[in-house]
Design a protein around this ligand. Structure first.
Ligand code: NAD
Length: 456
């Protein structure tokens, strides 16, 4: 498997992919190791995850450089991702023991009857992951899964393989047994081979198209399935905002990570009263973004990680233009080595256009004028996806009224493109099933066992 630098197209590594036999062996090792890990006291499991955190801190800059090299993420954003990882670990290690403790839910002294719930690990779980935030989306799964006593077969995306190997090495340096966390290396075939093993759960992060296949394959196994999929996340800008502040915040939400985030802002609706002023401020902001070598500290827009995505972006541009959209900036690939696309802004867009319906996953956005809140709500809900939705207004009541009617896993008032370890991360419709993060996102790696204890 050749690992390419998306900023230059150069081969940076050539490593062997796991075949079906290797995947089987890895599964058997994990299965054999899991009971001892589950029997390890929670305090020791927490200590091992804390040691992992320390190793991440020690290797911070080197890990960030690898991520930037293979994914193309601007280096400052790679460092931000690693800093965010530390905060997620802090949340999980603080909460795990309390959340995983047995619960006494009923006691009848007279009849000497007691009812309890214990949180048993699922067993051996598969984590098939995405490349765009390998530390974030990976740690949402593997950290709480390990804390809960599971063994993890982690398949990083083929576009973040070196990072996946670093994660495995770092766990092992921290004292997590080599067979309790195992990286499965490869692309679609390795993922499919992993799914053929008698695993106890599959936790997937990636596109709707792949998620649908994984859900179908896992359905027959009667195991826990969680799918964290794509989005077409809308933001509505009301007529009473501070235009400059809103434009800067929303542009960052749309273009951070070069638009390659599941919760990137992908559609903007603006009240007609402020539409033109907002668009002017927004375009000025986007034109100020520094595009270039992702290894430079000042770069904001890097390359597109997966080359085929350039075609998706080109198609959305051509389709939008054909249907009457007006291009204000960008609109084409950047002709240099590697995979590059200009930061692109369209107005006069509508929902006939792929730009406003299909996940773009790149530095491109459409802004649509609306006449009132109710038109905005209708358009925000006109999507198969439902990951996040945001509203910008100083009026909290108005924001709450709008957000309570929007179908999305996360609702944002005067913010966007934000994830918190304390809140559940989930999607509606094609954005997925199940959840990660929050205390629910620890318990999700367990099976609640019901204990009916009669002392007579
Ligand atoms: P992808 O679906 O192409 O690949 C995801 C993973 O699935 C990879 O590891 C890939 O090797 C594996 N895979 C592909 N086909 C498979 C098969 N048939 N069987 C088993 N495994 C298979 O997605 P991607 O390009 O890595 O990630 C981008 C997508 O992920 C976007 O849609 C994005 O919105 C979504 N995403 C969602 C979240 C979230 O939290 N909801 C977070 C990050 C990314």
């Amino acid at each position: 498997m050749k690992i390419l630098n998306p900023a230059t197209g150069a081969v940076i590594a050539d490593i062997p992919e796991d075949g079906a036999f290797a995947v089987r062996r890895k599964y058997e090792r994990a299965r054999a190791a899991q009971p001892a890990w589950a029997a390890t006291p929670i305090k020791k499991r927490v200590a091992a995850i804390r040691a992992f955190r320390e190793r991440v801190v020690a290797k911070h800059d080197a890990l960030a450089r690898t991520l930037t090299q293979e994914v193309g993420k601007p280096i400052r954003q790679s460092k931000n991702e690693l800093n965010g990882l530390l905060k997620r670990i802090d949340f999980f290690v603080t909460e795990a023991a309390r959340v995983l403790r047995d619960e006494k839910v009923y006691a009848d002294e007279k009849q000497r009857l007691e009812e309890r719930i214990s949180h048993e690990p699922l067993g051996v779980i598969a984590n098939i992951s995405a490349w765009n935030y390998p530390y974030f989306v990976g740690s949402n799964v593997f950290v709480p899964a390990l804390l809960a006593g599971n063994a993890v077969l982690y398949k990083p995306s083929e576009f973040a393989t070196l990072t996946g190997r670093h994660i495995a090495e770092t766990f092992h340096e921290a004292g997590i047994p080599a067979d309790v966390f195992i990286a499965v290396i490869g692309s679609k075939a390795a993922g499919a081979a992993l799914l053929r093993q008698p695993i106890d759960g599959v936790f997937f992060t990636g596109s709707y198209a792949t998620g649908a296949k994984i859900g179908a394959a896992a359905g027959r196994k009667m195991i826990k399935v969680q799918l964290e999929l794509g989005g077409k996340d809308p933001v509505y800008v009301c007529d009473d905002v501070d235009i400059r502040v809103a434009a800067a915040g929303i542009a960052d939400g749309a273009f951070y990570n070069t638009g390659q985030s599941c919760c990137s802002v992908e559609r903007i609706y603006v009240h007609e009263k402020i539409h033109d002023a907002f668009v002017a401020a927004f375009v000025a902001e986007v034109k100020g973004y520094k595009v270039g070598d992702p290894m430079h500290e000042t770069t904001y827009i890097g390359p597109i990680t997966r080359r085929p995505q350039l075609e998706v972006l080109r198609h959305q541009v051509a389709d939008a233009k054909r249907k009457g959209a007006k291009l204000l900036t960008g609109g084409d690939v950047i002709r240099r080595k590697g995979n590059w696309f200009e930061p692109t802004v369209f107005v006069n867009v509508d929902h006939r256009m792929a730009l406003m319906r299909d996940e773009s996953f790149g530095p491109i956005i459409g802004i649509q004028k609306v006449k009132d809140d109710s038109e905005a709500i209708g358009l925000m809900n006109d999507s198969e996806y439902g990951l996040t939705a945001g509203v910008y207004t100083p009026d909290e009541k108005r924001a709450r009224r709008i957000l309570s009617r929007v179908h999305a896993g996360s609702a944002y008032w005067n913010c966007c493109d934000r994830v918190s370890p304390r809140l559940p991360w989930s999607g509606v419709g094609h954005s997925g099933i199940g959840l990660t993060l929050s205390t629910y996102g620890i318990q999700t790696f367990t099976r609640p066992k019901a204990w009916h204890l009669s002392g007579v």
